[in-house]
Structures are given as structure tokens and as C-alpha cells.
Ligand binder design. Sequence first.
Ligand SMILES: [Zn+2]
Ligand SMILES: [Zn+2]
Length: 164
Amino acid sequence: MGINIKKLLQGEIPELPVRSQITLDVDESLAALGILEAKEIHAHGQVVLRGSEAYLVMRIEGEFIYACARCLEPATYVLDVRVDKCLRDSESDAEDCIILKGSILELDDFLLEEITLNLPRKVLCREDCQGICPVCGINKNHETCHCEEDLVDPRFEILDDFFS
Ligand SMILES: [Zn+2]
Ligand SMILES: [Zn+2]
């Protein structure tokens, strides 16, 4: 979606409300982060003038369902990004600004980039998730096993010595 900010740049209006809704496809790159499902993302805010420069000020909110990095059960990640970025019409001296095409702001292109940049590589279902037992495969948040204790139990080493 392209938004023409010409009227704002010419001083005809003081600010321009912007709003967008995006649903990301869970493609390979999102799946690689562990994302199972992407809910609808809402972005809302405005383009404002500060002096003669235009700025995009907005909030991006959405929810992603990840596979927990330890136990693989669904884990919700709430995305909440505040944006405050300058808008420029050329690349020169516009570091970290959004580049306009003429007076058109390609909002969705920017949003996609911003969302992708802000997605974590790992999400846990809870901070103290116990994960999956590497030996028997149970989810240690729900069940208990003694696999690891057995592996490091010194009594077994003594028995090994005894029988060898
Ligand atoms: Zn977990
Ligand atoms: Zn186990």
C-alpha cells in the first residue's frame, strides 16, 4: 500500500493518519525461526512534520505462535514495536530513514522489513521450561523421569568397576 504524503510535505495538513493490517505467510524463513503461526498484525500511527522533515510514528502489534525452543510446545510471542523514523526522498544523508518513492511511502514494504527484524530467534513457553529429556523424550514440564540422574549416578561407575 502506497501512501502519498505530498499534502503533508506541502503543509496543507498537519499530520496524516496511517494504518495497516498484515498477515505474514509462515514461509521457510519464518519456520526456520520456529514460528508455527502468524496472527494478524496491526499497525497504526501517523506521519508528522517536525520542521520541514516528515516522520513516521507508529506502533506495530501482533502475535506469533512459536514452537518453544526447549520443549517444542506452542509458545506465544507478543510483538510490540514502536517506530519513529524519518522519511526522506533520496538515499543521500538518509541513514536509518525510510526512502520515499517521490512522495509515496510504501508502508507495507517497510512494515514487513521492520517486523522481520524484530522477530526473536528463540521463544520459550516459559522462562523455566524444563525441556524434553534427551534420553526418553518426555516433556519434563509435565512428567518426571530419572534418565539424567542415572547417567551420572556414581554408583553405576562403581558397579562397572566391580564387574570388569
Ligand atoms: Zn517449553
Ligand atoms: Zn528421561
